[in-house]
Design a binder for this molecule. Structure first.
Ligand code: ZN
Length: 353
């Protein structure tokens, strides 16, 4: 979709931006996947060895395909150097889109415990190396959210699809990572028959230890999942949260507390949460006074990036430059970075807009 006027495209590019909902594993570009596959002699695991073929294979067609691509990428992340590479290249991507701050979600459990490939120390060191070099070379800030995979193994008893076992280990990893840029504990995966409540214990400890509670909620399930996240996980922000629009009492609750929503319109339409972009409630939630932010979730997998998501706000939801600037500022306000860095980023934003 490229209806956007060139002038607003330039405006969107130049706007200093923050992005607070994006998965490191799902943000890796095809070029980097090729590098990793070469490094580990696994080119035969890919459908081709040129970027165009890979980009096409990457692009979302349906959920099973999405999972295959995701698992292939995950299997190529094997060493500290791999994480350093993807973190650094993420910094280059930030610079290209003028994204000043990114908070990236990582699922360490699937790298450390799934196939017994990597120690948490190696993972943290790799992330740190890439993050620091990106900051030096591109002047960008990154922080991490470690997220619990909520339905690691299923089917479970009684039709439940959740598995609370990764919670305590992910919490331990996140606490260990506090001096290495980890700012939050997340909860990802399919919410259907996998409510937030069984994970409450980990979030209570995380919050007491100074981490943010940033679960996915209100994507594949509606208001009940969001109520669980705000009441039982004491959510500081909601990953997606868009289905709050289905419950007016919940909308009032989120508005009153200004709990930020991390909204990903292209992801939501690819995964059929909404049948088409025009049916997406982004504007409605904003107009109702909720603190909304715009994000890209797994950009190359959904054939998007943050610039494209801002273009959707302009094209589909009718945002003008003033509106886009207000939405951009929300993401800095909602950022989980330390207070002094946040003040600096916000001051720079206000100076440049
Ligand atoms: Zn997500």
């Amino acid at each position: 979709m490229t209806f956007t006027q060139p002038s607003i495209q330039q405006f969107i590019h130049d706007l200093p931006k923050a992005e607070i909902h994006i998965h490191l594993e799902g943000a890796i570009q095809p070029e980097t996947v090729l590098k990793l596959a070469e490094r580990h002699h696994k080119l035969d695991k890919l459908p081709g060895t040129d970027v165009d073929t890979l980009r096409q294979w990457f692009t979302f067609t349906d959920f099973p395909q999405f999972v295959v691509v995701y698992m292939t990428i995950q299997d190529l992340l094997r060493t500290a150097e791999d994480f350093a590479l993807v973190a650094y290249e993420n910094g280059a991507d930030m610079a290209a889109q003028n994204i000043r701050y990114r908070e990236l979600t990582i699922t360490p459990y699937t790298h450390t415990d799934f196939q017994d490939k990597l120690s948490i120390e190696a993972l943290l060191e790799g992330l740190q190396d890439g993050r620091i070099r990106a900051q030096r070379d591109f002047g960008v800030e990154m922080r991490w959210v470690f997220d619990i995979p909520r339905n690691l193994s299923f089917p479970q008893r009684d039709g439940q699809t959740y598995d609370p076992r990764p919670a305590s280990k992910t919490l331990a990893y996140a606490l260990q990572g506090r001096d290495w840029g980890v700012v939050g504990l997340g909860l990802g995966g399919n919410e259907v028959n996998a409510p937030p409540e069984p994970f409450a214990h980990a979030f209570t400890i995380a919050k007491a230890e100074g981490l943010l509670s940033v679960p996915h909620a209100g994507e594949t399930m509606g208001a009940s999942s969001i109520w669980g996240a705000v009441r039982n996980l004491q959510a500081d922000r909601l990953g997606h949260g868009v289905r709050a629009s289905e419950d007016s009492a919940l909308v009032a609750y989120l508005r009153e507390r200004q709990i930020p929503l991390e909204i990903n319109p292209t992801s939501n339409t690819c995964l059929h949460i909404y049948p088409e972009m025009a049916a997406h409630p982004f504007r409605q939630l904003d107009d109702m006074g909720l603190l909304v932010t715009i994000n890209s979730d797994d950009p190359p997998l959904f054939n998007t990036n943050l610039l494209q998501e801002y273009a959707i706000l302009a094209d589909t939801f009718g945002y003008d430059e003033t509106g886009l600037t207000r939405i951009a500022r929300n993401a800095f306000v909602a950022a989980g970075v330390e207070d002094d860095v946040k003040s600096k980023l916000l001051a720079e934003f206000d100076e440049q807009t």
